[in-house]
Design a protein around this ligand. Structure first.
Ligand SMILES: Nc1ncnc2c1ncn2[C@@H]1O[C@H](COP(=O)(O)OP(=O)(O)OP(=O)(O)O)[C@@H](O)[C@H]1O
Ligand SMILES: [Mg+2]
Length: 220
């Protein structure tokens, strides 16, 4: 199954001058794919992930998720698809500051009936947060916050994981665990897009792309 197909996607921002981070980009991900996207800072990598997730509208082109044209889905259908099938790791580890670790982890579950205590316990343990469940984000280390947003993105067992620099702020031992967790999503028949500045990590993905001047080029 084609999990994500980006067809002739362009995205422009107009803030006085027009910035065109994505210019006629096409690529697709099949079940089992693990893709890495590299590229200079400020080039449009986060923009690409946001647009795929439906958090930004394309300026031109189409995005198909799970073989559905997202332009034909209502906001409600898109929200539901995100909650049930997509995991998003924001580059800036966005958390609700007034909610505890546990509440932050559960937050997306508000939109999803599925709640599996065994999966929750497994993720808390795997990401070293079991003894921090009642802490607020400001009481966590930067790396713990990063691990929490990754655990949250994995909680629903997403079919599509969009991870923006997921290994930031982490040491090697944790990076290995995160990379394994990402690879697991693709091994179970999902697909993963990881944005990274780290070429060593990108090499662990099955396919590598480089984004520059609006164009996405495959790296062999
Ligand atoms: N909401 C916005 N309005 C106007 N311009 C924007 C907006 N968001 C991003 N941009 C511009 O689009 C370009 C791409 O930004 P983006 O965040 O996608 O880059 P990036 O490749 O993820 O960079 P980094 O590696 O630093 O995270 C930047 O030049 C940025 O200024
Ligand atoms: Mg970015």
């Amino acid at each position: 199954m084609t999990i994500c197909r980006v067809d002739s996607l362009s995205k422009h921002y107009t803030m006085g001058e027009t910035v065109k981070p994505l210019d006629n980009v096409s690529f697709s991900l099949e079940a089992g794919d693990f893709v890495a996207i590299e590229g200079p800072s400020g080039i449009g990598k986060s923009t690409l992930l946001y647009t795929i997730a439906g958090l930004l509208e394309p300026s031109e082109g189409r995005i198909y998720l799970f073989e559905k044209d997202t332009a034909r889905l209502s906001e409600k259908e898109k929200t539901r698809m995100r909650a049930e099938k997509i995991g998003f790791v924001f580059q800036e580890a966005i958390l609700f500051q007034a909610l505890t670790v546990k509440e932050n982890l559960f937050f997306p579950q508000k939109f999803n009936k599925k709640k599996d205590p065994a999966q929750i316990a497994y993720l808390l343990d795997k990401f070293g947060l079991t003894d921090r469940i009642n802490f607020l984000p400001y009481q966590l280390s930067v790396g713990q916050r990063r691990r929490l947003v990754i655990a949250r993105a994995l909680l629903n067992e997403p079919m599509l994981l969009l991870a923006d620099e997921p290994t930031n702020d982490l040491n090697e031992a944790w990076i290995e665990i995160i990379m394994e967790s990402l690879a697991d999503v693709s091994k179970k028949g999902g697909a993963v897009i990881m944005v990274t500045h780290n070429a060593q990590l990108a090499m662990q993905a099955g396919k590598r792309y480089y984004l520059q001047e609006g164009k996405l080029a495959a790296i062999n």
